[in-house]
Every structure is written in C-alpha cells, then in structure tokens.
Design a protein around this ligand. Structure first.
Ligand SMILES: NC(=O)c1ccc[n+]([C@@H]2O[C@H](COP(=O)([O-])OP(=O)(O)OC[C@H]3O[C@@H](n4cnc5c(N)ncnc54)[C@H](O)[C@@H]3O)[C@@H](O)[C@H]2O)c1
Ligand SMILES: O=C(O)CC[C@@H](O)C(=O)O
Length: 387
C-alpha cells in the first residue's frame, strides 16, 4: 500500500488513476509521494518516507530540486501538459494590451443605467480604440512547450514572429512553423519587436533577465508579456520604463504589490494553467509518473534524475538505487550482490548531471544485510526494494 499527499488541489481525473493500492493521506508523515502545484516547498521538512514529488505543472522553482536529489527524492514535472492553456492566455494578453477591452467593458458596466447607453457608447468608444496584432513583430524568448505554441499561433494570426532559444530541444524545433525567424541574439529581439513574451524557467541564470539594460534596448512603446515567473523581470526597472512611456503595457500572470493596480499593467492571478483541460492533463501525467516510479521504479520526466525504464519487473526482485554520478558505483553494487550469490537478471544505469540512477533485476531476493551494505556506499542516497 502506498500513501500520497496533495499540497494543492489536484484534478480528480488524475487522482482517480490511483488504484486500491494507494491511500490519500491528509498529512505528510508516512507518505511515499507528494503531489504539488505552486505550494512553496523550500522550507518544508520532508519525512524520510517521501520518495517522489510530482509537480502537476512545468515550473519547479517552488521545489528544492537539488536538495531532493541529494536525499534520493525523485522530482517529476509534467512537460507540455498545460502549454495550450498558457498559450491561449498569452494570446488573450496580447489582445487585451492592444485594445482597451477591459476599459470598454468597465465603462459599459458603469453606465448601464443610462437611458441612451447605445448612443453614448457610440460617442465614447473612441477612447477605447486600439491597434491590431496582425503584421506586428512578436519576440518570443524561450521556445519550449509554451513558447513554440505561442509562436505558431501568433504566426497563424499574421504576426511576424522572432524566436530566441539557444537551448531549444529537437522536438520543439521540429514543431515550429517555418515562418518563425530564428534569432540568435536577444538584442535583435529587443530592438525589433513590438511585443515581447518570455517563456523560460526561473533559474539563477534567468532571474531578472529583463532588467533596465534590456528594457533600454527595447523599442519605444513595446508591450511586454510575462506568463513565466515574476522574478524573471526586474519589476522596479519595468515600472520606470512604463512610467516613462518606453513600455506601453506589461501583462503579467503574477500578482504582487509592485504590479497590482499600477497603470499600464494588466495582472492576472496566475491563471495560465487554470483551465479544466490543463489541470486534468497535468494531474493525469503526474499520477502516471508517480505510479510507474513507485510500482516499477521507472523514471520519466524527472527534473533531477535521468529517464530510466525497465518496464514491469518479470524477475524475482528489483531494487532501485539513487546515487551520485561518480566512478566505481556499479562495480561496488555488483560486488555486494555477487558476494551474496545474487544473480543479476537485468540492469540499467543512467545519469543526469551530478546524479545517477540504477535499476537492478535479481533472480532471488536481496537480504537486509546486502541492502544495508548498498545503502552504506559513499554517494548512495537511497536504496529501494521495488519488488
Ligand atoms: N502562468 C502559468 O500558469 C504557467 C504555466 C506553465 C508554465 N509556466 C512557466 O513557464 C515556463 C516555461 O514553461 P514551458 O512549459 O514552456 O517549459 P519548457 O521547459 O518546455 O520550455 C522552456 C524553454 O526555455 C528555454 N530556455 C531556458 N533558458 C533560456 C534562456 N536563457 N534564454 C532563452 N531560452 C531559454 C529552454 O531551452 C526551453 O526550450 C515554466 O518554467 C514556468 O515557470 C507558467
Ligand atoms: O498549477 C498552476 O496553476 C500553475 C502552474 C504553472 O505555474 C506551471 O509552472 O506549470
């Protein structure tokens, strides 16, 4: 029996995929798995029982990913599962920034009791007029799941799309429309584009990448959209650029005291992935990842351990070892198992950066002593009997 705990509400369509072998628990103690959306986990004390965290979403900046790797806790996310939801809101954001739709709707609501509201509307509407996005230049920073979808959709709407992503995956590149201009320098995006949208993860290297220097290089009257993370933008510098007229509108999905209520800023309350479809897609993917990991030891879409798949175990036993990616680990594992007369039926070892993962199928059951010896190897963070 496995236990899981949800730190945020997770769509029932996903949780329904847990079978009778799983129990939802109201507290973390004794849990094998944690499911999370945006809850901040950096200061959370995780019990030793937690082996896996699944982020039902893309960004993992709310999770101490490296600390988890050190403790042998595998962290998953759900790449692409909410990308369409975000893409649609980005398109809406561009339209809201281009036409004063919000101002117009608010005006009608305010004047609703005017007898001649229809005539008044025709007179007043010029104050809400705007511009079209067709023919405008859109710069996209980050062409992953969301950026690539935004690029293709904006291109289909007649925008001239400039894309910048020095680390683009082959899959994302294949999915991009041929109309997207491949841009190799951010300066070109800044100097050419009327709209700029950012779709990169929040990392030390991307924090405040949109700063005063970047803003100064942008075209006068640029519209900036941020549906990725607020800390990617130096929002004090942004406010200055807005107040000076350099930036026409800032559309952000992240409410905070700097942006909320400020003229020229449209703020949504982190709604990018808040659609029925995205919430369900993320929950379904997260639960499948957790189940395959807990039941088979397989890893797919982890952000701190490598992909590793040995299917369902048909041997007598399977053990999973989280460890450092350093020399001499496999030989130490096989020495301990060999000394106990355990024959290895199958084995996989994969690495990702500093960390590695080994799955070993055995023709007989490993003793507690052998497991303890494996755990005691320097660089091993967790040994788990999967079967
Ligand atoms: N508003 C929301 O509700 C919401 C929903 C989903 C994701 N997000 C945010 O959006 C981000 C992107 O999501 P995604 O699903 O597209 O992720 P993704 O991993 O598919 O794409 C990120 C892309 O950014 C690129 N990148 C990384 N560093 C870069 C840099 N310095 N310059 C240019 N490109 C760089 C990567 O190569 C990758 O292609 C997430 O990390 C998350 O923070 C927000
Ligand atoms: O769970 C959410 O609503 C937001 C998810 C989003 O920020 C993400 O990074 O995927």
């Amino acid at each position: 029996m496995f236990q899981y705990h949800c730190l945020n509400p997770i769509a029932e369509k996903g949780l329904g995929l847990f079978n009778e072998e799983y129990k939802k628990s109201e507290d973390l103690q004794e849990c094998d798995a944690v499911l999370v959306r945006s809850a901040k986990m950096h200061d959370m004390e995780l019990p030793e029982s937690v082996k896996v965290i699944a982020r039902a979403g893309a960004g993992v900046n709310n999770i101490p990913v490296k600390d988890c790797a050190e403790k042998g806790v595998v962290v998953f996310n759900t790449p692409g599962a909410n990308a369409n939801g975000v893409k649609e809101l980005v398109l809406a954001g561009m339209l809201l920034a281009s036409r004063d739709i919000v101002g117009g709707i608010e005006w009608v609501a305010k004047e609703k009791d005017q007898e001649d509201i229809d005539k008044l509307a025709e007179k007043q509407k010029k104050q809400f007029a705007g511009c079209e996005i067709m023919g405008k230049k859109l710069g996209i920073i980050g062409l992953g799941a969301i950026g690539a979808m935004v690029a293709n959709a904006a291109s289909a709407l007649g925008m001239e799309v400039y894309g910048y992503d020095p680390y683009i995956s082959i899959d994302a590149a294949w999915n991009l429309s041929r109309t997207i201009k491949h841009i190799k320098s951010l300066d070109e995006i800044y100097s050419q584009c009327d709209y700029i949208t950012i779709h990169v993860p929040l990392l030390d290297s991307t924090k405040e990448m949109i700063n005063k220097e970047a803003l100064d290089k942008m075209k006068d009257g640029v519209v900036l959209l941020n549906f990725a993370r607020d800390l990617l933008v130096d929002e004090d510098a942004l406010i200055e650029a807005l107040d000076s007229g350099k930036v026409k509108k800032y559309v952000t999905d992240f409410a905070n005291h700097t942006v909320a209520g400020h003229k020229g800023i449209l703020v949504t309350p982190h709604l990018g992935a808040s659609t029925e479809e995205s919430e369900e897609n993320c929950a379904v993917m997260a639960v499948k990842e957790v189940r395959d990991f807990l039941e088979n030891g397989n890893i797919k879409n982890s952000v701190n351990f490598p992909n590793c798949d040995m299917g369902t175990c048909v041997a007598v036993g399977r053990i999973a070892i989280c460890h450092k990616n350093i020399p001499n680990m496999i030989s130490q594992f096989t020495k301990i198992l060999g000394a106990e007369g355990l024959n290895i039926a199958d084995m996989t070892n994969k690495s990702k950066g500093e960390y590695a993962y080994t799955l070993i199928d055995l023709e007989s059951t490993a003793s507690k002593e052998a497991l303890d010896e494996l755990k005691a190897i320097e660089g091993v963070s967790r040994v788990r009997v999967v079967k």
